[in-house]
Design a protein around this ligand. Structure first.
Ligand SMILES: Cc1ncc(COP(=O)(O)O)c(C=O)c1O
Length: 375
């Protein structure tokens, strides 16, 4: 049995334990350790200048210039800041975290992929995922030729700590914990996550895509406590900017430095940086939407439970609910016929007979409900 495995077991059975010691730099792949990252023209010169002839850009401007009423288009002929410092500064004010602890990706999906590329040796290392959960962890593993070990959640959708301990070996590099979990909607018990963080020698990635809708507080304040913690958040959900593709990874400095080394140089384009900066000035609207969504979640859950076909609505900390319903697939198809799309999860482990329904606007939720009543 591997040392890490013993550690988790000892903790489970109540032995006092010291936190696992770890050096993140030793966790990265050997080729990444030795990698000299691409140095961009913008990395090499950062001062004030008036003539930029260093990056083979088009000095005349962009074709947008003629049409643009908006001044922000004027720099689109120039490469963007590779480290997105202005945007990170604005995010850090909201999150209360230093920018050194922040990585931005083209969606959190990019951060997930980079974690595989930086830390997992293809055809040798493995990762642990906890189904039913978000599908991209397994897809990214497949793309990177990394073995996936699945430890199903328990029937209450919480962690099977014993199963996780069994699955870990010396080649286990990442454990993905989604909280609140997609598609079940529940938050994972905090002390269970802490047990894994304390005892596992690899990275623990807590995917908090839906944290804005949860009562449980984020793990981003625990970064100083756990060098192996990576927290993922996104602009795609509560922030209403799924089309922008902007995700955040928060971690200790060594992990962030490794992700920055591996990322494509200009992974966040200028339009995304400009729009996100504007959106961050409008946090009140986002907070209002969160309140409405949470209230609608309670209302829609109760209304659905009143329908004879609905067997169960699982409690949710996210902006969706998992609903067990008679003839899930037929209901899904009938809704599609009426122009309403939900997610069929009826064949997914532990979600048999279930649909996943996003909480929409009050009008959208009403339309769904009225339509279900007619089926
Ligand atoms: C748990 C979870 N993580 C991440 C994502 C994707 O986030 P992004 O749009 O930032 O790539 C999703 C999208 O549905 C998700 O459910």
């Amino acid at each position: 049995m591997a040392a890490a495995q013993l550690c988790v077991r000892a903790r489970l059975y109540g032995y006092p334990l010291k936190k696992v010691k770890m050096d993140i730099n030793n966790l990265q792949r050997e080729n990444i350790k030795n990698l000299r990252p691409y140095s961009t023209a913008r990395d090499e010169y950062k001062g004030q200048a008036s003539v930029f002839l260093d990056a083979n850009e088009n000095g005349f401007g962009s074709p947008l210039l003629q049409e643009a009423e908006n001044d922000s288009f004027k720099n689109y002929n120039r490469y963007p800041d590779p480290l997105q410092l202005d945007l990170k500064d604005a995010i850090s004010k909201i999150k209360g975290l230093p920018i050194e602890n922040t990585f931005l990706g083209n969606g959190s999906d990019e951060a997930i992929d980079l974690l595989f590329r930086a830390f997992c040796e293809p055809a040798k290392d493995n990762v642990i995922i906890l189904p039913p959960t978000y599908g991209m962890y397994e897809v990214s593993a497949g793309i990177n030729n990394v073995e996936v070990r699945k430890v199903n959640l328990l029937s209450n959708f919480q962690l099977d700590l014993d199963g996780i301990a069994e699955a870990i070996d010396e080649n286990t590099k990442l454990i993905f914990i989604c909280s609140p979990n997609n598609p079940t909607g529940n938050s994972i018990v905090r002390t269970d996550i802490e047990t894994v963080l304390t005892n596992f020698k690899g990275l623990v990635i807590i995917d908090e895509a839906y944290i804005n809708y949860a009562k449980q507080r984020s793990f981003i304040k625990e970064l100083t406590e756990y060098p192996n913690l990576v927290v993922l958040q996104t602009f795609s959900k509560a922030w209403g900017l799924a089309a922008l593709r902007l995700g955040m990874a928060f971690a200790g400095r060594p992990v962030i430095d490794i992700l920055n080394k591996v990322k494509p140089p200009y992974n966040i384009n200028q339009a995304t940086q400009d729009i996100a900066l504007k959106a961050l000035q409008n946090i009140e609207t986002v907070n209002d939407w969160i309140k409405i969504t949470v209230a609608q979640r309670t209302q829609l859950s109760a209304d659905l439970m009143a329908l004879p076909a609905v067997k169960k609505v699982y409690p949710s900390d996210a902006n969706f609910i998992l609903v067990e319903i008679d003839e899930a697939l037929n209901t899904y198809n009938a809704l599609v016929e009426k122009g309403i799309i939900v997610r069929d999860r009826s064949k997914v482990t532990l979600c048999e007979g279930c649909l996943r329904i996003t909480i929409g606007t009050p009008e959208e939720n009403k339309t769904l409900l009225e339509t279900l009543k007619t089926l």
